[in-house]
Design a protein around this ligand. Structure first.
Ligand code: SF4
Length: 385
């Protein structure tokens, strides 16, 4: 049998825009020098006394030495979250419009080798779903696709964004990386936020888990947020898929990535997501290894203390009890009424889901929980003029 030669993950492919930036080299160098075992109790205590944490302090509070100090970190995090976000917690829901994907990411249920029911919403179906979601009172939506330029091209996504603009005031997209002119087009259609997760910043691991497809090109994915901001987007999100590789290193790199983008583009709104591996159809063992809830909490706390003004989203990958505990403390955004299949809000699902969710609560149930915690559900904090 012939084995196919795998492509070099550091080589751009035809049509991929290359921007003039050395941020990737800088981050990979800092990541190479990040030795979390070197930090001591003293380093952690000193970091927690500071008003503004340095990159080295961030490294310290992400280290194993910080594990006994999670309670101190949580106290400081609550006060930072209050200072920057008051007692508001934003609500949103994702809408998956297509689960076709041309990539082979071994950790994801949508990967092109996984035998699942594929589907995509027609424009009419999108509107049915959007209307049903809008009825729940939500004003913010995240539109997602698998990564297939053939099945869900930029103009198809543009149509979805334009339609969403009829019902929602804030529209985010979590789709395949684009060139800056394509981001500009989707911004014109009404999208404001772009989420792209690097999954892992360890190039060797990245290569091992992205076996084929354009996602295999590490630098093109890395520079997505910059291209999105150059295309006029208001905000960008960062994250690593925790459990895929060394989670402390990946969390450190995603934090640095966000920090350097914020320094370079001070107007940009910055967000973090902290997804952990989840089981998916045909792979029930896709679990987050050594990233237990305690470790996940440490990562979220470290982001809050390092970049106090950054939004942090808590996903339905996590169980209800954990989600309830982290809002107001670190997380500023939470989803409700989630379906990660294609359709499923009003229409019957026409495509299988990306992963198993852990918290199936409706928008009104999440709303009620936020109030019970003495916090304020926020549906819209932005007016488009
Ligand atoms: S992670 Fe994204 S690109 Fe990879 S298989 Fe899943 S949907 Fe496709």
């Amino acid at each position: 049998m012939m084995t196919r030669k795998r492509t070099n993950p550091m080589e751009y492919r035809e049509g991929m825009e290359i921007i003039d930036s050395d941020m990737m080299e800088k981050i990979l160098e800092m990541l190479g020098n990040y030795d979390y075992q070197k930090y001591t109790d003293e380093d952690v205590k000193l970091a927690l006394l500071k008003e503004h944490l340095s990159i080295d302090d961030f490294g310290a509070i992400l280290s194993p030495a910080a594990m006994p100090y999670l309670e101190n970190m949580a106290k400081k995090a609550v006060s930072e979250t209050r200072n920057h976000f008051g007692n508001g917690v934003s609500l949103f829901t994702p809408l998956y419009i297509s689960n076709y994907c041309e990539n082979h990411c071994i950790y994801c249920g949508f990967n092109c080798k996984n035998k699942i029911r594929r589907g995509k919403l027609s424009v009419e179906e999108m509107e049915i779903e959007l209307k049903a979601i809008a009825k729940t009172g939500l004003k913010e939506i995240l539109i997602l696709t698998g990564e297939s330029r053939h099945q869900s091209g930029v103009s198809y996504i543009g149509e979805a964004v334009k339609l969403a603009g009829k019902y929602f005031s804030t529209i985010g997209i979590e789709i395949y990386p684009l060139n800056s002119d394509e981001y500009a087009y989707l911004h014109e259609c009404g999208a404001d936020f772009v989420s792209v997760y690097q999954e892992t910043y360890n190039i060797n691991k990245y290569e091992q888990v992205h076996l084929s497809g354009s996602k295999r090109v590490f630098p093109y994915r890395f520079y997505s947020q910059e291209r999105a901001l150059l295309g006029g987007m208001r905000g960008v999100s960062f994250g690593s898929l925790l459990g895929l590789d060394d989670f402390r290193k990946d969390a450190f790199a995603a934090g640095l990535h966000a920090f350097l983008i914020q320094q370079k583009y001070p107007h940009a709104e910055i967000g973090f997501s902290t997804p952990r591996l989840r089981p998916f159809i045909n792979n029930a063992d896709n679990n987050p290894n050594d990233v237990h809830e305690k470790q996940l909490l440490q990562v979220m706390l470290a982001y809050r203390l390092f970049m106090p003004y950054a939004g942090i989203t808590i996903s339905t990958r996590e169980r209800a009890g954990f989600r309830d505990n982290v809002i107001g403390m670190v997380a500023t955004k939470i989803s409700g009424g989630v379906s990660v299949g294609i359709g499923g809000h009003n229409l019957e699902e026409k495509g299988d889901e990306q992963f198993e969710i852990s918290d199936p609560r409706s928008v009104s149930e999440v709303h009620q929980m936020i109030i019970t915690k003495g916090l304020q559900p926020v549906y819209s904090d932005y007016i488009r003029v």
